[in-house]
Design a protein around this ligand. Structure first.
Ligand code: CP
Length: 326
């Protein structure tokens, strides 16, 4: 991993993803200690710039930074001087002037973290920028923690079968179901999973599938019942009503009837299949409450793994600058 920032999964490539998955193992072990904290980033400051709502990503980056012994500044747009007319650029450069090493940025506009990285570089500052989700564009750390969670569970199966633990993603049948058109999580997961060799199918109503998937390396389907046969991972996307400009399905109950993981559909899954969702989940819409709580549902594991994954990302980006004396 040679990039200064983490803006997309494309920045990493397959080798960079694998490197971070291995590094995440180290920080997963740290979490099992009586005091789950290491001094790796003592003296470093991580600024959390959240211009859009978040629970999981904001709190897990904050936990990750603190477990690495970094200081944390948390900025929330709703209570900031943006409301007095300060621009995004002036806001970023103001926080930068306080002495910051990394910016973790969530924004409703695609490209905002890249723009912030550009402003910081033009200003001659050495901060790294991590994209914590921008519009419908990318959510790279979500994809990393999802790949880590799949790898964790597939490794358990491989160990039980005494099968080689490497190449766990090759040929893995992953369904990403729902509102793929508006989903940054979908885009980043497609990039990560296909780079690792998984066989990805996007499933949903035609109005919620991407306008084109040319160059994505995925299949598409509108028939969830057919697609579920033989699936290893069923990844349910939330209906992102905040990014839809018009009604894309007749009604949510009709959506659930055809594309939701109902309890009846979940019962037909292979016993080793995983049910995943990035959260927040809408119980009774993209999956039933029972399906969300089945033993094969690893949604809580995804949240747990988010901390170690984000520790790996912050450690990698910030220790790179330290090693080279930048
Ligand atoms: N998965 C995810 O990004 O959740 P939050 O919006 O709660 O951060």
């Amino acid at each position: 991993m040679t990039q200064r920032h983490l803006l997309t999964i494309e920045d990493l490539g397959a080798d960079g993803i694998v490197e971070l998955l291995h590094l995440t193992d180290t920080f997963t072990e740290v979490a099992t200690r009586a005091i789950p904290k290491v001094p790796a980033l003592v003296g470093r400051t991580v600024a959390q710039l959240f211009f859009e709502d978040s629970t999981r990503t904001r709190l897990s980056f904050e936990t990750a930074a603190r477990r690495l012994s970094a200081d944390v500044l948390t900025f929330t747009a709703k209570t900031s001087s943006l409301n007095k007319g300060e621009s995004l650029r002036d806001t970023v450069l103001t926080v930068s002037a306080m002495g910051v090493d990394a910016f973790v940025v969530r924004h409703a506009s695609s490209g905002a973290p890249a723009q912030i990285a550009h402003w910081l570089e033009a200003d001659g500052n050495g901060e790294v920028v991590v994209n914590a989700g921008d519009g419908a564009h990318a959510h790279p750390t979500q994809a990393l923690l999802d790949c880590y969670t799949i790898r964790q569970h597939r490794k358990e199966i491989a160990d039980r079968a005494d099968a080689p633990a490497d190449r766990l993603f090759e040929g893995l049948r992953v369904l990403i179901v729902g509102d793929a058109r508006h989903s940054r999580v979908c885009r980043s997961n497609v990039e990560a999973l296909t780079a690792l060799g998984a066989d990805v199918t996007l499933v949903g109503p035609p109005t919620l599938l991407p306008v084109t998937t040319k160059g994505w390396g995925v299949s598409t389907s509108t028939d969830l019942d057919e697609a579920l046969l033989g699936a290893d991972v069923v990844y349910l996307l939330r209906m992102q009503l905040e990014r839809q400009r018009e009604a894309r399905v007749p009604s949510l109950p009709e959506y659930t009837a055809r594309w939701g993981l109902t309890t009846a559909r979940a019962e037909r899954l292979d016993p080793s299949a995983l049910v995943m969702a990035p959260g927040p989940i809408n119980r009774g819409v993209e999956l039933s409450s029972d399906a969300a709580d089945l033993p094969c549902s690893v949604i809580t594991d995804q949240v747990t793994n988010g901390v170690a994954t984000r520790m790996a990302v912050l450690f990698k980006l910030l220790s790179a600058g330290r090693d080279s004396g930048e």
